[in-house]
Design a protein around this ligand. Sequence first.
Ligand code: AMP
Ligand code: MG
Length: 325
Amino acid sequence: MKPVLWLIFLVLLAEITVAAEPPSHQEVRQVMGTLATVQVWAADDSTARVAADSAFSIFTAVDSLMSTWNGHSAVSRLNAAPAGTWVTVGPEVCAVLRASLEAARRTGGAFDPTVLPLVKLWGFRGGQPAVPDTAALSRVLKRVNFEAVEVGRERARLNLDDQAVDLGGIAKGHALDRAAAAMIRAGASGGVLDLGGNLVVFGEGPGHEVGVVDPDDPQSLLLVVPMTSGSVATSGQYERFVSVEGQAYGHILDPRTGWPVASGISATVLAPEALWADALATAVVVMGAENGLKLLEAMPGTEGVIAGPDGVRMTSGLRAALGLD
Ligand code: AMP
Ligand code: MG
């Protein structure tokens, strides 16, 4: 397939949510560098609005702790400290850092929270995007090593010179888990929250279905997954990219080679926790269809759909749930 057609294919692989009843309240705001849509089901309008506000407050709070665009966030303070210095970042950042290290271990380093120097080198944080020379690439790759990150209860430290973490592949999922919990505390009976390719569904109200568009026939869905609760995340290189001399380079980098992943796959992962759906969707793009599918099969309660140049593949549990076997 020609690259242009392939790009169209990937863009079509998105989640579509269909609700049985309309939400009590729905609101869209720009937050965490993306659009957040919050749908709430509640006994009355004012409860629904308060619950939606609580979700947006969480998104803003997580952004101010974990954004690497904001030089004052806790993660930016950690990144700015000299190698080996403990930095107090608070229990929430520590918990997400710990989860990111676990994701790194489980994926053999395909997911690595220490990719930030690479992200910057390729021009994803401003400046002129360019293909780096080999010397610069190997210098920067030495700092990409999750094993040099230590995390305590309230503080963390990075043990290599100029090492820096980027929680961009996991923080949105974490924010969704927290936001759903906050909405329940605020009295919501159900909700659907969508944060830049990450979705969480909870509670009594919604009764949702998540559809994956058929790339060969954009008018129809390839598959529809009933989702009463849980989360789904989609990752792919088409979401964000830089152009260098007419060539598009996507924002998901392979920590082993230092290059943006070029396989052209898109991964949709369903998991009980949004944090894990988020981290695994990013990781599967790096791992490729074969190894990515093996990983998802090995993780209890986790399912996935991977679309790529070799076709569409899904985990056996999902195939069985959809009656495809
Ligand atoms: P997502 O949109 O969840 O797939 O995450 C992509 C973002 O995670 C990128 O924009 C980077 O900030 C960061 N990232 C890129 N490559 C990796 C990687 N191999 N492991 C962890 N995070 C990554
Ligand atoms: Mg992710």
